[in-house]
Write a protein that binds this ligand. Sequence first.
Ligand SMILES: C[S@@+](CC[C@H](N)C(=O)[O-])C[C@H]1O[C@@H](n2cnc3c(N)ncnc32)[C@H](O)[C@@H]1O
Length: 295
Amino acid sequence: MATKIKNRLNNLSGREWLPLTRSAYVDGVTRPSEELDWDNVLRESQGSIVVMSKATPRDHLKKQHPATFAEEDARRLVRMFTQEGQHVLDPFIGSGSAAIACVLEKRACTGFDIYEQWVQLANERIRKVIDYSPYPIRIEAKDALTAMKQMDAESQDFILTSPPYWGILQKTDHKAKSERSKDGLATDYGDNDAYDLGRINSYDRFLDVLTEHFREWIRVLKHRAYTAVIVSDFRHQSRYYPFHAHVGECLEKVGMTLQGMVVIVQDSKRLYPYGYPTTYVPNICNQFVVIARKL
Ligand SMILES: C[S@@+](CC[C@H](N)C(=O)[O-])C[C@H]1O[C@@H](n2cnc3c(N)ncnc32)[C@H](O)[C@@H]1O
C-alpha cells in the first residue's frame, strides 16, 4: 500500500494547493485586456501592468517549435513601439511569430535563427498568412551575433525577441519535454553546440554571451528606439532563476535604459503538483516583457 505523505507546510488539500502555486495572481481582472478600463489599471498598478494573454491555440506548424510566444502579444508590442513600414529585428526568430506579427501589422522584419529547420518553418508559416508583404520580411539561418555584426549601425527601429532560456529545454525534469516527445515533437532547438545559446553549460557564461548579443543590439538600434524581450523565469533543480531580472541587468550593462516590465499572464497553462505536499514549488504561468531603450 502506498504511504500517504504528510503535508507539513499548510492546511491545504491538493485541490487548494495547486492554484496557489501560480506565479502570477490576477487580482480580479477577468475581462480580456482590450476591454479593461485602462485609466483605472494604470492608476492602480503604478507602472507595472498585467496583461491577460489570449494565446490562440498553436496550429500543427507552430507546435513543431518547442518554445514560442503568442502572435497577439507580439502584435501589441509591435503596435506600441513602431510605426507602419518601420523595421523590426528578431535575432532569435524560431517559428517566426515576430515576423508574422510584423506582416499583420505592416512592418518590415529581419529574423535570424541558428537552425535551418526553424527558418524553413518560419517561412512556411508566413506564407500561410500572406503571399505578399509590401515591406521586406527577411529570415536567415545564421548565428545572430555574426549576422548583426554585418548590419548597419542605427538601422533598426525595434528589437522584439525571446532568447533561449539558458539550457532549460535540456533539463530532464522539464515536464513539457516528456509530453512533447510522446507526440513526436522536438524537445530542444537542435544540436549546434558552437552557437546555440540554449546549449551553453554554465549559466554565468550564458549570460555573458547574451550580453555580447546585447552589445550588437544597442549598436544596430536607432537612437531612442526600444527593445522588448519576452522571457519567463525558470527553475533548475532546487533553484529559482529570476531570468527576467538578469536580462534587465545585462541590457543595462551594455548601456540600454530599462523602461519597464509587462507581466503576461498565461492563464491556460497546465498546472503540475510539483512539490505537493511538502514543498512550495511554483507553476510558472507568466512571462515578463523586459522593455529597454537606447538613450
Ligand atoms: C525561445 S526561441 C524563439 C521562439 C520565437 N519567439 C517563436 O515564437 O517561435 C529561441 C530561438 O533562438 C535560436 N537560437 C539559439 N541560439 C542562437 C543564435 N546564436 N543565433 C540565432 N538563433 C539562435 C533557437 O534555435 C530558437 O529557435
